[in-house]
Design a protein around this ligand. Structure first.
Ligand code: F0G
Length: 482
């Protein structure tokens, strides 16, 4: 996809693909949307997809596949052990990352499970640029702790910094000095850092992190789930990468790491996951867990069809016209929303557009979940499903106190090659309308709060009749004629 200048002056993220399989969508009327969001306890995870017009919950497992991926799925070699399909996947990973050893898993968190089981022991520390929910859970379960070392500037919601995912090298050396290198289980760098808004890591920073790790004999692990977006930003924002192909940048990144794991629900636009390992001894320490938890070594819980699609998807990820689709749509959304005064994370990152609920609904206290309330309001206003990434996604302290999140975000994921630009424009429009009417939005309170992972299953109700008033205003202003 190219940012093509139109004769009229506009610059548009033009799709470099055509759509040949479609899925019918429906947009329930606003009164129905009010009804179903309340049936779902104001939790977008609990909505039925049939009631959703634009599903922007995640890009996990929902990116569009190419014709080549679909074609490859038909020639999969379905055997329990030693399938040719697996060999094709293994060879592709070796070709791209230059690491000799590979372990397949059913998805990204399974890689984290195995890595934590082998490398994390009680009392050890895992420094990382920023945590991801499942990563942290696995490390904590094995008795380790997580230290987040992203630069302070990376946490600023609005910024012009091109690589907000970079790790602070000073903080890294300080953590190693404090605990001693033998207490560092491994260092983890997450590409396209998810929870701070899909923000990338520079090749330069990774090289510095790698040098520190090698000096101290510490294993450097990359979570490459969001590598595709990161590669696009390396290519377009980092001078040293401008003359390199995506393939060359990929190899330069891999050469700095000891282990690369990924969720193939994101990387490669398929489903599954895997761990690439440079060192044979480390591979052998992890290998036994694959048949135990995932499946035999030549499928690891993935279907052969998914493995074929992944092999092709990984190769297609080396095409700049493919990996720029997400970031360019997201940048379009971020720019258009900013123009309309809607507060969003800047600069635009990968994964999705992140709306800053702290500023959007600054009258809602964190104890009433501003990002959760905004996500519910956006569903009412547009049938758009986003994901709360704020206090609701945190866990209470053992004594019941709330942990207030650093950021209150509504993530609007942009799965690759799924939406058209007019759908993106619709999302922008509904958000802009909601922003104009933000004073109507009020908070939520739990009426059913599970102890763990409350954001998945918890149910909340509005603190007043604000949702009915929002619906009335919507009816008066817009109706629902698309
Ligand atoms: N690492 C990162 C950076 C992720 O974003 C995810 C998943 C995982 C690991 C776990 O992978 O889902 O295949 O087990 N992120 C999804 C999301 C869930 O919606 O952002 P998984």
């Amino acid at each position: 996809m190219a940012n093509v200048a139109f004769y009229g002056g506009e610059t548009v993220p033009l799709e470099m693909h055509k759509v040949r399989i479609v899925q019918k969508l429906s947009l329930p009327p606003v009164e129905r949307r009010l009804e179903v969001i309340n049936q779902a306890g104001n939790n977008t995870f609990l909505l039925q997809n049939a009631d959703v017009f634009l599903d922007m919950l995640t890009d996990s497992g929902v990116n569009a596949m190419s014709d080549q991926q679909q074609a490859a799925m038909l020639v999969a070699d379905d055997s329990y052990a030693g399938s040719a399909t697996y060999t094709r996947l293994e060879s592709k990973l070796r070709e791209l990352f230059g690491m000799e050893w590979f372990l397949p898993t059913h998805q990204g968190r399974a890689c984290e499970h195995i890595l934590a089981k082998v490398l994390v022991t009680p009392g050890t520390v895992v420094p990382m640029n920023y945590h991801f929910t499942t990563t942290k859970a696995h490390i904590t379960l094995c008795g380790g702790t997580v230290e987040e070392l992203v630069t302070d500037a990376g946490l600023a919601v609005t910024s012009t910094l091109p690589f907000k995912g970079d790790m602070d090298i000073g903080k890294l050396t300080a953590v190693i000095a404090k605990h001693g290198a033998d207490k560092i289980a491994f260092v983890r760098v997450e590409s396209g850092t998810n929870l701070i808004g899909g923000q990338p890591v520079s090749l330069k920073n990774l090289a510095e992190v790698s040098a520190v790790c090698r000096e101290h004999g510490i294993v450097l692990v990359m979570d490459a789930s969001l590598l595709a977006d990161n590669l696009y930003f390396n290519k377009t924002r980092e001078d040293a990468c401008k003359g390199m192909t995506i393939r060359e940048i990929t190899r330069a990144i891999a050469d700095l790491c000891d282990v690369i794991y990924f969720s193939a629900r994101k990387l490669g636009c398929a489903r599954g996951g895997g761990i690439c390992i440079r060192d044979r001894a480390l591979y052998e320490r992890m290998r036994g867990f694959v048949p135990l938890y995932e499946g035999f070594l030549t499928y690891g819980g993935m279907s052969v069809r998914e493995m074929e699609a992944l092999t092709v998807g990984l190769d297609e990820t080396m095409d700049e016209d493919m990996i720029n689709q997400g970031p360019q749509f997201i940048a379009y959304m971020v720019d258009e929303l900013s123009k309309r005064g809607v507060p969003v994370i800047t600069p635009a990152g990968g994964l999705g557009c992140h709306v800053d609920a702290k500023r959007f609904v600054d009258h809602i206290p964190q104890s009433q979940y501003p990002a959760g309330a905004l996500a519910a309001a956006l569903y009412i206003a547009g049938g758009i499903r986003g994901m709360e990434r704020g206090t609701l996604s945190e866990q209470r302290e053992p004594d019941g106190r709330e942990v207030f999140a650093n950021m209150e975000l509504v993530r609007l994921a942009v799965p690759r090659r799924v939406f058209t630009l007019s759908q993106i424009k619709y999302a922008i429009d509904r958000l802009a309308w909601l922003h104009e009417n933000r004073a109507l939005i009020e908070g939520l309170i739990f009426y059913d709060e599970p102890e763990i992972l409350r954001f998945f299953y918890g149910r909340l109700k509005p603190v007043s009749d604000w949702q009915e008033r929002l619906v009335a205003k919507f009816r008066a202003d817009l109706g629902d004629s698309l």
